[in-house]
Design a protein around this ligand. Structure first.
Ligand code: SAH
Length: 178
C-alpha cells in the first residue's frame, strides 16, 4: 500500500474559513485510530500533539519532537491540562534524529506523521526549521511510516528561508517513487 502525503503552503481555493492546521488535521484524521503510534515532528505549542493524542487515546502513543525548551513546556502543560499525557513521549531534540529515538520494533509501523514547519508562534521567530534537517527528517519519516501511512507537511513561505524550504520539499516529493 502506498503512503499518502499532503504538502501545503496555503489552503486550496474556496477553503478560506479554516486554518492550515485544521486542514492538516482533517487530512490526518482519516489515518489514525485508537492504540496507534504516531509522530508530531514539530510539537511547537502542542495543538497537533493534542489532536494526535486524542486520536490514538490512552492505549496509543504520540512521539513529539521540538528543539526548544519553551515548546516542550507548552506541550507538556497543554496535554497535562487535557488529561492526555499518558500516551505522550515528548523529546527535546531535532526531528532529524527521529530514527534514533523511536525503537526499531516500531519502524514501518507508524500510522501518521505531522510536520508543521517554520517558527514557534509566540516564540523566537528567528528559530525556524531548516531545509537540510527537514529533508533528513522526511527521509526518516518514510522509514517509520507503515504501508498506507499518512504524512502531512505544512510549510510557510513568509519568513527567511521558508520559500526555499518549501521548494526543496516539493522537489524531494517529486523524486519519490509513486
Ligand atoms: N505544530 C505546532 C507548531 C509548530 S511551529 C503547533 O500546533 O503549535 C514549528 C516548531 O518547529 C517550532 O516550535 C520549532 O522550535 C520547531 N523546530 C525547529 N527546528 C526543529 C527541528 N529540527 N526538529 C524539531 N522541531 C524543530
Amino acid at each position: 500500500m502506498l503512503n499518502v502525503i499532503l504538502i501545503a503552503t496555503r489552503l486550496p481555493a474556496g477553503m478560506a474559513n479554516i486554518s492550515l492546521t485544521t486542514y492538516a488535521q482533517d487530512f490526518i484524521s482519516s489515518a489514525i485510530k485508537p492504540d496507534d503510534t504516531v509522530i508530531d515532528a514539530t510539537a511547537g505549542n502542542g495543538h497537533d500533539t493534542l489532536f494526535l493524542a486524542n486520536g490514538v487515546g490512552k492505549g496509543g502513543c504520540v512521539y513529539a519532537f521540538d528543539i526548544q525548551e519553551q515548546a516542550i513546556r507548552h506541550v507538556r502543560l497543554r496535554l497535562d491540562q487535557s488529561g492526555q499525557s499518558q500516551q505522550l513521549k515528548l523529546i527535546q531534540d531535532g526531528h532529524q534524529n527521529m530514527l534514533l529515538h523511536i525503537p526499531a520494533s516500531l519502524h514501518s509501523s507508524i500510522t501518521a506523521i505531522m510536520f508543521n514547519l517554520g517558527y514557534l508562534p509566540g516564540g523566537d521567530k528567528s528559530l525556524t526549521t531548516q531545509e537540510a534537517t527537514t529533508l533528513s527528517a522526511l527521509t526518516q519519516a518514510f522509514k517509520l511510516l507503515m504501508p498506507g501511512g499518512m504524512l502531512s507537511i505544512m510549510a510557510y513561505t513568509g519568513h527567511p528561508g521558508g520559500r526555499a524550504e518549501a521548494e526543496a520539499i516539493k522537489q524531494w516529493a517529486s523524486a519519490l517513487t509513486p
